[in-house]
Ligand binder design. Structure first.
Ligand code: D5M
Ligand code: FE
Ligand code: ZN
Length: 540
């Protein structure tokens, strides 16, 4: 690569953008690609718009008509965020907070006349909530499994295609072939190719051998040598799609020099600045019906949302809360694991959802409640999962401020795009990911963003439905990635995306005790959707 072309590419990457392959070719054909890039970056800054990928037409337009600001838009534009890094702040410490919040007595009064029973409204579709700033992107699609032997082949073909196309939007993947195109028999030939990880073997000396495949062929890739490449090999998950750079050794065997994951760009879409400082309260894993459901804490939480606190700052947040998002396991369910009945206080699934609706109907109508299913809810167990069955959860469907969605769902709330998923696959990926653990589930969620997939490994605990389109691919890049399931609250920020695991309202179960899982219950992340500032409120 010529020196000024290298400088141009580095400038683009360091500024957080990616170059499309045709833009790369176009710049390479120019005498002064670095000056063109410099001008382009300046225009982007002036326009206050952030395309994810700079393609050829963008540079052409810039060269021929230097003042075409409007044409700089690449279809994925958003305004700059006023505060680029969300700041996570605990505004209340463990124990003794929220003085003045009414507990179970206040709730008992409210429960005497549950409002949902007085309503006759049928279940509300997403259009009903548009006036409240809710825009559904996906999450209510029909399930379209054909039931044929070829379903899984079609599913994985789509996964490979979707993730390959995300990979190819990266400048550093430009010109990559696919696994089956790796030349046979040529020795020490440099290769760069995309494939799905078919298998992974780790040897005692630290060497890792991975098979990468596409529809037509398979390449054996060996990772050995320095720590950097071994570290990348250790991070590889079976069934994810990556680009490998290396050199052929013999036959269809390759020595790896680098791995590129699809990942998310540095400058992802950011929410349009709204002036109203609406808050979203994120929770999950309420487990209503379980003997270990922390009723007092949950009632304190609902009391706070109703404005029953003397603390002005907490009251202000409650008053400005526009959304309550529940990422699954609203109830404990029935028959979810052997002998669960011994741990149930409410053994009837209908009763569990009735109680859930009674609780939620004590909240003011202005709070829109978005609910997706978890593995304890009344729903088919496979991902993608449709919304909780309406016959079991009828009382929730009758509430005018409740929107029931599937898992996963992409939904925009007051300008911020949320990816909502329960997070069951965290059980599958955490044991395989170096530097990840069940005490900090947000770390594994960041790795899912790098894989651009919410359940990369097939065949572990998370059952996948072979839909013709892989809806578990993370696309678009969300502003907020919200999951639960692990019962440990945790917040992280990765390349401008707020990553939230919303914890639980259930204390340690017998199983968790035996498995050494220590939950962090009754802590609720709350996000200011204007600034992305996050607060962790503790109701224990
Ligand atoms: O899962 C809560 C957490 O506890 C999650 O990390 C899985 C783990 N868990 C709970 N029960 C089991 C059993 N029986 N096997 C394996 N892992 C388990 P939740 O979805 O709330 O049950
Ligand atoms: Fe749970
Ligand atoms: Zn769960």
């Amino acid at each position: 690569m010529a020196g000024n072309m290298r400088a141009a590419v580095e400038m683009v990457l360091h500024s957080g953008f990616q170059l499309s392959p045709d833009a790369f070719e176009y710049l390479a054909s120019k005498r002064d690609p670095d000056r063109l890039v410099e001008a382009a970056l300046k225009s982007i800054k002036d326009a206050g718009s952030f395309p994810l990928v700079l393609d050829r037409s963008y540079f052409e337009a810039l060269e021929h008509t230097p003042k075409t600001r409007d044409r700089l838009h690449c279809g994925c534009i958003s305004a700059p965020r006023s505060e680029p890094n969300p700041e996570t702040k605990a505004i209340a410490d463990a124990g003794g907070l929220l003085p003045g919040v009414a507990g179970s007595r206040a709730l008992a009064v409210n429960l005497a006349a549950p409002r949902y029973e007085q309503q006759t409204a049928p279940s509300q579709g997403p259009a009903f909530f548009e006036g409240d700033g809710v825009r559904l992107i996906s999450g209510l699609e029909r399930m379209t499994i054909k039931g044929k032997a070829s379903d899984f082949r079609d599913y994985f073909r789509d996964r490979l295609e979707s993730l390959s196309s995300i990979l190819r939007s990266r400048a550093d993947v430009s010109g990559a072939t696919t696994a089956s195109q790796v030349p046979d028999g040529l020795k020490w030939h440099k290769v760069k190719f995309i494939g799905m990880v078919n298998s992974k073997k780790e040897f005692r000396d630290g060497t890792v051998v991975v098979e990468l495949e596409d529809e037509e062929g398979l390449v054996k890739v060996t990772f050995r040598g320095d720590e950097a490449i071994k570290k990348k090999a250790a991070r590889l998950l079976v069934d994810e799609v990556v680009c490998v750079l290396g050199a052929t050794r013999n036959g269809s065997s390759v020595i790896a020099e680098d791995v590129i994951w699809p990942d998310i760009p540095y400058l992802s879409r950011t929410p349009a600045p709204s002036s109203d400082h609406a808050y979203a309260v994120l929770t999950s894993d309420v487990h209503i019906g379980s003997k270990t459901f922390l009723r007092d804490d949950f009632e304190r939480f609902l009391g706070w949302l109703r404005g029953e606190t003397d603390e002005p700052r907490l009251n202000e947040i409650a008053n400005k809360t526009k959304y309550l998002v529940i990422a699954g396991d609203l109830v404990d369910g029935v028959g979810i694991y052997p002998n669960q009945e011994e741990e149930l206080e409410v053994a009837d699934l209908y009763d569990q959802y009735r109680i859930a609706a009674e609780y939620l109907s004590t909240l003011p109508d202005r709070i829109k409640i978005i609910i997706i299913p978890g593995n304890h809810d009344a729903c088919r167990p496979t991902l993608p999962t449709p919304p909780i069955y309406s016959d079991y959860a009828a009382p929730l469907y009758s509430m005018r401020n409740v929107l029931m969605l599937g898992d996963p769902s992409f939904v925009n709330l007051s300008g911020a795009t949320f990816l909502l998923t329960h997070g069951r696959s965290l059980d599958d990926v955490i044991p395989f990911l170096p530097d990840c653990n069940f005490r900090e589930p947000q770390r594994a969620m960041v790795e899912l963003l790098k894989s651009r997939h919410i359940a990369p490994i097939y065949g572990e605990k998370t059952p996948l439905a072979p839909e013709p389109k892989d809806r578990l691919v993370i696309d678009p890049v969300p502003d907020i990635f919200h999951a639960g399931h692990v019962h440990v609250e945790g917040v992280a920020e990765y390349r401008g995306v707020l990553v939230v695991n919303s914890g639980t309202w259930q204390s340690q179960t017998k199983y968790q005790l035996s498995a050494g899982i220590a939950p962090k219950p009754s802590v609720v992340p709350v996000v200011d959707l204007t600034t992305m500032k996050t607060y962790e409120l503790n109701f224990s």
